[in-house]
Design a protein around this ligand. Structure first.
Ligand code: AMP
Length: 279
């Protein structure tokens, strides 16, 4: 495994002719969710590149940029074990040099859900991902359904800007009790860890209600909010949307997806689930 910390070295890297390149962008502090993306890339592509960069542009001033968990040495060991070929670790100055002034924004999709509670977040995400794609030049980028809105926004960006890179979506990896894995779970103390599970409980409860024939999205959303509130977490949003374009739905169909964001103490967690019983 080669660790590349130089921008020009990464940009000039020559991949063997005819080999497909898979790319897994991350902010580090890797868990099994991230590692499942590396495994998917190893399965689908000849060469796997990962990146580790905590992107300041996607954090608002009062968010957790300075405390975001980091452990590069452990990350590198995990990536090496899985047979990652290259790990790109740029510095902040390389990515956003003095005078940097170009930003990418996907309208509508970036303005709802997390975009509503975190203004500017997706502008930061789109800009870094487009830059990383230009630097790494992958055929396929592997991303988790954990960040479902991000996935949809980046797909739209690739399509709108005619990029050749494709996105492959990978399922959410969960802890044994159902909590979606997240680097931010490391913020949770024992009591908060129990509250955090209410997001998953609300999702599963909704999926069961749908399987039992409940089709009114407003009623299902109200129930899920209640489950989270009773547990003691603060709901940011609970929505049931069409998984193809994140448009609103009055009634459940095979494309319905529930998306949740909630604060457990100061930690903001997100999770989502397909409400189609066949998924
Ligand atoms: P992050 O390091 O949080 O920016 O995440 C990097 C990539 O890992 C994104 O594509 C995430 O969607 C994905 N990811 C994070 N958590 C999970 C998880 N629990 N299961 C699957 N993918 C995940």
């Amino acid at each position: 495994m080669q660790v590349i910390r130089s921008l020009s070295q990464m940009m000039q890297l020559v991949y063997p002719a005819g080999k497909s390149v898979g790319f897994v962008p991350t902010m580090g502090y890797l868990h099994r969710g991230h590692l499942s993306l590396i495994q998917a890339s190893k399965r689908e592509c000849d060469i796997t590149v990962a990146s580790i960069f905590v992107n300041p542009a996607q954090f608002a001033p009062k968010e957790d940029l300075s405390t975001y968990p980091r452990d590069i040495e452990r990350d590198l060991k995990e990536l090496e074990k899985l047979g990652t070929d290259y790990v790109f670790i740029p510095s902040e100055g390389m990515i956003y040099p003095e005078g940097f002034g170009t930003w990418v924004e996907v309208k509508r999709l970036s303005e709802i859900l997390c975009g509503n509670s975190r203004p500017g977040h997706f502008k930061g995400v789109c800009t870094i991902v487009l830059k990383l794609i230009n630097i790494v030049r992958p055929d396929i980028m592997f991303m988790g359904e954990k960040d479902y809105q991000q996935l949809m926004i980046l797909r739209k960006m690739l399509e709108d800007l005619n990029l050749r890179t494709k996105i492959m979506a990978c399922p959410i990896v969960r802890e044994a009790d159902g909590l979606a894995m997240s680097s931010r779970n490391s913020y949770l103390g024992t009591a908060d860890r129990a509250l955090a599970l209410s997001l998953y409980k609300a999702l599963v409860q909704t999926k069961k209600a749908v399987a039992a024939g409940k089709m009114d999205t407003h009623m299902l959303i109200a129930l899920a909010k209640q489950t989270i509130r009773i547990a003691g977490a603060n709901v940011d949003y609970v929505e049931i949307l069409d998984s193809r374009d994140l448009s609103e739905q009055e009634s459940i169909n095979e494309h319905s997806r529930m998306l949740i964001a909630a604060y457990v103490g100061k930690t903001r967690l997100i999770d989502n689930i397909s409400l189609n019983s066949e998924d």
